[in-house]
Design a protein around this ligand. Structure first.
Ligand SMILES: *Cc1c(COP(=O)(O)O)cnc(C)c1O
Length: 259
């Protein structure tokens, strides 16, 4: 049975944003109840891409103390404009090595690590800034060529290399499911991420944790919670529908420019 897709009206006041947050939290609680999980074990990361600063200030008042952004430039602009508020910024989209220096300055978390070059660039820049960064390794669980993230079979070797980057605090795995309204197509992506984590657990290097599983968005976060998500990344169900298509955010990876 397809998931009912609500049409996500724009939230333009503190009350509307607060109401949407309440609804999402209730849905998280019900999904947790179905799965026999504690709702406190699921972190709601509000995703604010395309939402302008004025509404983000309302979101802060409504209780969004952390915000997820897909693109570095947009995230950095907002972080600078809102430097008067202690927002915890999480970058959840693909990063090119030449933008690592920006991320090292303002971000608290990066959820889309999928190359050692980016890990090294971040680590060097973070050391200069005397900062650390919470990190998730992005895994491509859908098999779609158009998505970023490591192939699941590459992840074991990849995480063995991560202790070389002491400024990165490796917390878990992140994935985007197949974009489909059919839960029977979405669910296997989440199951794959959880099973991968279980397989890797016995051989993790010291200091590397994969306890966090970031999976699930507005259209599929309840399924993700049933399959073990500890972080759900929710934008449209909080702020309203976006006019930009998702293909803007997960295009076919282009070759990286040489440094
Ligand atoms: C935009 C985005 C989300 C949230 O999607 P919504 O449909 O707005 O909930 C989650 N993860 C990533 C990587 C995104 O870019």
């Amino acid at each position: 049975m397809p998931i009912a897709r609500p049409d996500w009206p724009q939230a333009t006041t503190v009350d509307e944003i607060r109401h949407n947050l309440d609804v999402v939290r209730q849905r998280i609680a019900r999904a947790c109840a179905r799965a026999g999980r504690d709702p406190a074990s699921v972190r709601l990361l509000p995703v604010s891409k395309t939402v302008e600063e004025a509404r983000l200030r309302l979101a802060w008042q409504a209780g969004c103390l952390e915000l997820g952004e897909n693109k570095v430039q947009e995230a950095q602009g907002k972080a600078e404009a809102m430097a008067d508020l202690p927002v915890r910024w999480s970058l959840i989209g693909h990063l090119q090595t030449n933008k690592a220096r920006h991320v090292a300055r303002f971000a608290s978390e990066f959820q889309a690590l999928d190359s050692l070059r980016v890990a090294q660039a971040l680590d060097q820049r973070l050391a200069l800034e005397q900062r650390t960064l919470e990190v998730f390794v992005q895994v491509n669980t859908s098999g779609e060529a158009s998505k970023y993230g490591l192939d699941p079979i590459e992840v074991a070797d990849f995480v063995q290399q991560l202790p070389a980057f002491p400024q990165l605090r490796v917390r878990g795995l992140m994935t985007l499911a197949l974009l489909s309204s059919n839960p029977e197509q979405v669910r296997p992506c989440f199951v794959r991420l959880r099973e991968l984590r279980e397989r890797l657990r016995p051989t993790l290097p010291a200091g590397i944790s994969l306890e966090e599983l970031s999976m699930g968005m507005s259209g599929d976060f309840e399924i993700a919670i049933e399959e073990g998500a500890t972080v759900v990344r929710v934008g449209q169900a909080i702020f309203g529908a976006r006019s930009t298509p998702d293909s803007v955010y997960w295009p076919t990876p282009a070759p990286e420019p040489s440094p």
